[in-house]
Design a protein around this ligand. Sequence first.
Ligand code: 6CS
Length: 365
Amino acid sequence: MLRPRIALAQRARRAGLAPAALGSALALAAALAAGCGGQADPNHWRFALEEVRGSVQHAYATRFAERIEAATDGAVRMTVYPYGALGTSAQLTELVETGAVELAFASPGHLGSVVPEVQVFSLHFVLSDEEAVNHAVLSEESRVHEILRAAYREHGLELLAPIQEGWMAWTANRALRAPADFQGLKIRTMASPLLIDVYEAYGANPTPMPYSEVYSGLQLGMIDAQVNPVFAIEEMSFYEVQSHLVLPKHLPFITTLITSPAFLERLSPERRETFHRVERAMRDEIFRIQSELNRDRLRTIRTESDTRILELDDAERAAFRRASLPVRERFRSRTGERGSALLDALLARVEEVEAARAEAGSASR
Ligand code: 6CS
C-alpha cells in the first residue's frame, strides 16, 4: 500500500495510458496508411510497444531507434509507439503481420494463444535462478531460437530475440509463501492457455484481464492478485493497491522482439546487415538496463510505501517447483513434438551454462 495514495487519474497519466485509444489498432493501421497517401515510406520504421514510457520496452525501443538512425546516417527514421497509442498486445502482433508496423514486442503471455510453443517461457522453474545464466541462454543463437523461429514463421512473424525484463513478482493482499496460499486466489494473468494451467496447479483461480485494467481490477476487488516484473509493478502503481510483493524467482518476464519476414526481405543486404548488427548489440545493453531499472524500482517501492517485500527461501521455492512440474507435461501435450524438443533444448542449455559457470567459478578460486 502506498503512502500517500496516488489518485487513479494521476496514475493513468503517469502510466501514459489513453484507454480510449485501446481497441483502435485496425483503424489506426488504416490511418497510418492514409497519412502517407497509402504509400508506406520504406525509410520510416514504426515500433509498437506493449508497455508505457519509462518501461524496459520503451528503453529498448528508444535506444534501438537512436542506433538505427545513427548507423544509417539518418536515412532511416523511427517512430516509437508506447502502450496506449495503438492497441492491445494481440493487435500489435496483427499490425506486424499486416506490415502496418515494422517492429513490436510480443510477450508469450499473449502470443502463446497464437504460437503455443512460446509458452515455454511461461513455465515456472525451467530457467535458472541466476539472471546471468538466463541472459546467456536467451541471447546466444541456439536450437531454442531455431525451433521458435520456425514456429513464428508459420504465423507470418519473424522472431528476432527473446528478451528478459526482470524477475516476475506476485502481488497480493496476503503473503504467498506456499502453493496452499494460492487456494481460491483470483490472480490476474495474461491470456495464454498455459498461464491458466500454471496458476491452477497452485490452486488459484487465474483471471485473464487486459494490462490497462489491472490497477482498477485490484482496486475494485475484481481480482485479488497479479503477476508482473518489478519495474512494471512500480510504473503501473499496482503496489499501491496491494499489501505484499513476493519474489519467488520462478521466472523472469520474457518478451520477444518481432518483425515480419516481408519487411526483412525488402531491406537491401547492407541495411539488413545493419539491422541485425544493431539488434544483436542491443541484447547485452538491454540486459544491463533492465537490471538497473528493476533494482531502482524495487528501491522506490521499498522507500515510498509500506508494501511488505518477501523473498522466498530455497525450501519455499522447492514446494512451488514440485507443484509446477505437471504443467511441463501439459505443455508437451499442447505443443507436440516440436514443443517437447524446445523444452528439452531449453532445459539442457540452462544446465550446460550453469555447469560451465560453476566450473569457471571453482577454477578461479
Ligand atoms: O501484464 C501484462 O499484460 C504486460 N506486462 C508487461 C510487463 N509487459 C507487457 C504485458 O502486456
